[in-house]
Design a protein around this ligand. Structure first.
Ligand code: NBP
Length: 468
């Protein structure tokens, strides 16, 4: 019997995605570079419709034509290696889906190189970690409509379902559009995680309450506008005890790892001139966290220059809650604005309401408010930024005093809050009609004759600023 779909790469994500596909009634052929892992995986799931393949030839021959093949291997060279070996075995009309965290430009190149062969190539962002892969990830596919027609049913069946029953998957655009959306999703994830970490740090330092108590605060926030997967698991992580009953998280070394998608988001943003300061701050915060030895040494010699605190401790938790929600919305606004600008630059024609809609379930940045974000973007397509869309314009405005208080209190106490600060700074810069960029233009023209534009007449101007 031929299989309905094939999957290559049986590390944690591939195994779970294969089981997910199988659980929806598909026979799944599986292949892994290291054959023992293929055999071991299939032996651990007897009775399932999984077909272990020892060679790529056997794998390709075992799949129904036109073939649908999902790659879940490490991004980069591994994808090139697999595609290189696979393509000569495939036929016109077959579809390769790269489900890894691939850089969108890489997908563009691979898709372009296959156009003449008639083999379809899709970049499919997969979010939700291993549980998502197993029971329903958020899927962000990009590629040609003809390929989407081939894989739509399959992807809709394995995707997470939003509260209204809609599958969290839609064709987002051509080429690398899906990978770009997944990258920015991860960038947004970096920003929100950094905001959460700063919230913990600020409450701990300013109120001096225990990690366990802060865990309870996050738990209670799940019943508020902050309701989201990352807030939910923060409560779990903060509430988890080590063997002796002490909070485990306090024994975790304060050096954050990264696999690069945050950096890619910032690189993408820099390359098209789109501001994403909160995501940039989150990447920098991970980088500075990794300089542990230097920080420990500096902590004994650098003065703090603290100021008297003006934080109202009575209402501080509520202030923090409002500030966190406000800063999270500003982070989503940056991420969506980046995608909007990328879409214009690359002709992706991204539907941002659809993007927000498929982030509603299955992915790491899923949150209760995404339903409203999706509706707002759909109903107010003329608005150039989420911050201008109601109800978010008003929601952010109402919480801004809290965001300012949190930044002020942290500054007075010498607590680093780069994500909160950058969110506030983005907002303030975005709402400022006249920025001091005129000074920059004057300076550029003064030292380098770079010219400037005037507010009172059209054209390009240069001034001889230094006459002697
Ligand atoms: P890894 O990213 O750790 O990749 C391991 C897989 O790649 C194994 O199957 C390995 O085969 C295969 N592989 C490598 Br490495 N080099 C290869 C090569 N030259 N030729 C063929 N196969 C090769 O696995 P993962 O954590 O399951 O993630 C898979 C993809 O999904 C990645 O792109 C990842 O970024 C993305 N992703 C991961 C998560 C997550 O939570 N982990 C979430 C969302 C997306 P081997 O067994 O022979 O070494």
């Amino acid at each position: 019997m031929t299989s309905d779909v094939g999957l290559i790469g049986l590390a944690v994500m591939g195994q779970n995605l294969a089981l997910n596909m199988e659980s929806r009634g598909n026979t799944v052929s599986v292949f892994n570079r290291t054959t023992s892992k293929t055999m071991d995986f299939v032996e651990r799931h007897p009775g399932n419709n999984l077909k272990a393949c020892r060679t790529l030839e056997e794998f390709v021959d075992s799949i129904k034509s036109p073939r649908r093949i999902m790659l879940m291997v490490q991004a980069g060279r591994a994808v090139d290696a697999v595609v290189g070996q696979l393509v000569p075995l495939l036929d016109e009309g077959d579809t390769i889906m790269d489900g890894g965290n691939t850089y969108y430009e890489d997908t563009e190149k691979r898709a372009a190189s296959l156009v003449d062969s008639g083999i379809h190539y899709m970049g499919v962002g997969v979010s939700g970690g291993e549980l998502g892969a197993r029971f329903g990830p958020s899927l962000m596919p990009g590629g040609p409509p003809a390929a989407w027609a081939m894989v739509k049913d399959l992807l809709e069946s394995i995707a997470a379902k939003a509260p209204d029953g809609e599958p969290c998957v839609a064709l987002l655009g051509p080429g690398g559009a899906g990978n770009a959306v997944k990258t920015v999703h991860n960038g947004c994830e970096y920003g929100v995680m950094q905001l959460i970490a700063e919230t913990y740090h600020s409450i701990r330092r300013i109120l001096g309450i225990s990690t366990n108590e802060i865990g309870h605060i996050f738990e209670s926030w799940q019943n508020t506008e902050l309701s989201s997967y990352l807030v939910e698991i923060t409560a779990i992580v903060l509430g988890h005890s080590d063997e002796d009953g002490e909070p485990l998280v306090e024994r975790i070394l304060d050096q954050a790892g990264a696999k690069g998608t945050g950096k890619w988001t910032v690189e993408m943003a820099l390359s098209i001139g789109a501001p994403v300061p909160t995501i940039g701050a989150a990447v920098d915060a991970r980088n500075i966290s990794s300089t542990k030895e230097e920080r420990v040494a500096a902590s004994t010699v650098l003065d703090a220059g603290l100021l008297p605190s003006t934080a109202d401790e009575e209402s501080y938790v509520t202030t923090m809650q409002e500030a966190l929600y406000c800063a999270i919305l500003i982070t989503y606004a940056q991420a969506l604005s980046l995608l909007d600008k990328l879409s214009a630059e690359r002709n992706y024609n991204l539907d941002l309401a659809a993007v927000a809609s498929l982030w509603r379930a299955g992915c790491i940045i899923r949150a209760g408010f995404l339903d409203d974000i999706s509706k707002a973007l759909q109903e107010q397509p003329d608005k150039s930024n989420l911050l201008l869309c109601e109800p978010f314009r008003t929601e952010v405005a109402n919480r801004l005093p809290s965001l300012r208080k949190v930044v002020i209190a942290a500054t007075q106490h010498g607590i680093p809050v780069p994500a909160f600060t950058s969110a506030l700074q983005y907002y303030d810069a975005y709402r400022t009609a006249t920025l001091p960029a005129n000074i920059i233009q004057g300076l550029r023209d003064c030292f380098g004759a770079h010219t400037y534009k005037r507010t009172d007449r059209p054209g390009s101007f240069h001034t001889e600023w230094i006459t002697e």
